[in-house]
Design a protein around this ligand. Structure first.
Ligand SMILES: Cc1cc2nc3c(=O)[nH]c(=O)nc-3n(C[C@H](O)[C@H](O)[C@H](O)COP(=O)(O)O)c2cc1C
Length: 310
């Protein structure tokens, strides 16, 4: 076997630049007991047939079980499930006694509260160096609106909406949201023209001046998925930090009168007053069109990234 001509530690570090989610891969072993381990090598493979894969180190103690299993499940962990990741990355003999789980269609265990789960029959096991590639054919899946847990450069990535750091600066802030609904982008009609929903801070909903309060007032049930932009603008003599999340409106919005949903190619740019917000929104529309968020909308015929018709 040829030795790699480069430093393995450096190779691992380079691989660590690739941001992933965190999953727990599970099955029921022949004696009827559950088995599982933490993996970030999960990847989607095919839409038709529906295939996913995960790579398992041959040194993992559960490798012999997974190399022969006829079925398994993958739980994509949510933001608050770091402890679950820790349990399944350990050598504990009672991993399943420390977490809440339930069995899915194939009988494989799935973590309660996971952001998504995929219940699979084993499609193929491929030998690959010091790992095996376990390819699963998805027979059932679930997903929720929970923010997923991220992993990069050997550490968990926090996509949470915490504003603690901002609060510590004591700066004036406006917190807004770029929210999409199936009918289009949510804009609020005001006496000063159209604007994105904004507030003086993110929470709580009971504060009518906060973003959550503004959204509630307009009957918008929204999931704020990720931070999209943070920039400073002049507001009077003091600088003002503007913070924008991107997310989705998940309810059927009542005819409030002030909320307008406009398709991304019909944004009334001239009615938006704040130049910095306009430039941010133009970037959003461009990236959304190019699908630069990595929202890979596979097409069953082509498996290509599908652009929005603009
Ligand atoms: C974030 C994270 C990702 C991991 N990804 C993988 C992986 O993709 N494949 C793998 O074999 N081990 C991976 N591991 C290591 C295993 O979880 C760990 O070796 C575990 O102890 C294996 O369990 P077992 O010995 O009971 O089989 C990962 C660990 C962490 C913390």
């Amino acid at each position: 076997m040829s030795e790699p001509h480069f430093d393995v530690a450096e190779f691992r570090r380079a691989l660590g630049a690739f941001v992933t989610g965190v999953t727990v891969v599970t099955t029921i072993q022949p004696d009827g007991t559950p088995r599982g381990f933490t993996a970030n090598s999960f990847t989607s493979v095919s839409l038709d047939p529906p295939l996913i894969l995960v790579c398992i180190a041959k040194t993992a103690s559960s490798h012999p079980v997974f190399s022969k299993t006829s079925h398994f499940a993958v739980s994509v962990l949510a933001q608050d499930q770091r402890p679950v990741s820790g349990v399944f990355a350990s050598k504990s003999t009672d991993k399943f006694g420390q977490v809440a789980w339930h069995a899915r269609h194939t009988g494989a265990p799935v973590m309660d509260g996971a952001a998504a789960s995929f219940d699979c029959e084993t499609h193929e096991v491929v030998d690959a160096g010091d790992h095996i590639i376990l390819i699963g054919r998805v027979v059932d899946f679930t997903h929720t609106s929970s923010t997923p847990l991220g992993y990069c450069r050997g550490a968990y990535v926090d996509f949470s909406l915490s504003q603690d750091a901002l609060a510590a600066t004591g700066q004036r802030a406006r917190v807004g949201a770029i929210l999409e609904h199936q009918r289009g982008l949510a804009l609020i009609e005001t006496a000063h023209g159209m604007q994105l929903p904004t507030g003086t801070r993110l929470e709580p909903q009971t504060d009518p001046a906060s973003l959550r309060g503004v959204l509630a007032k307009h009957g918008l049930d929204a999931h704020l998925d990720f931070l999209f932009a943070v920039f400073e603008t002049e507001a009077g003599r003091e600088g003002e930090v503007q913070i924008f999340y991107r997310g989705r409106v998940v309810n059927d919005v009542p005819a409030d009168g002030a909320v307008r949903f406009v398709p991304l190619n019909e944004i009334p740019w001239s009615e938006l007053r704040d130049a910095a917000v306009v430039s941010m929104l133009r970037r959003y529309v461009k990236e959304r069109t190019e699908d630069a968020f990595g929202i890979y909308v596979g097409d069953s015929s082509a498996g290509m990234v599908r652009s929005l018709a603009l």
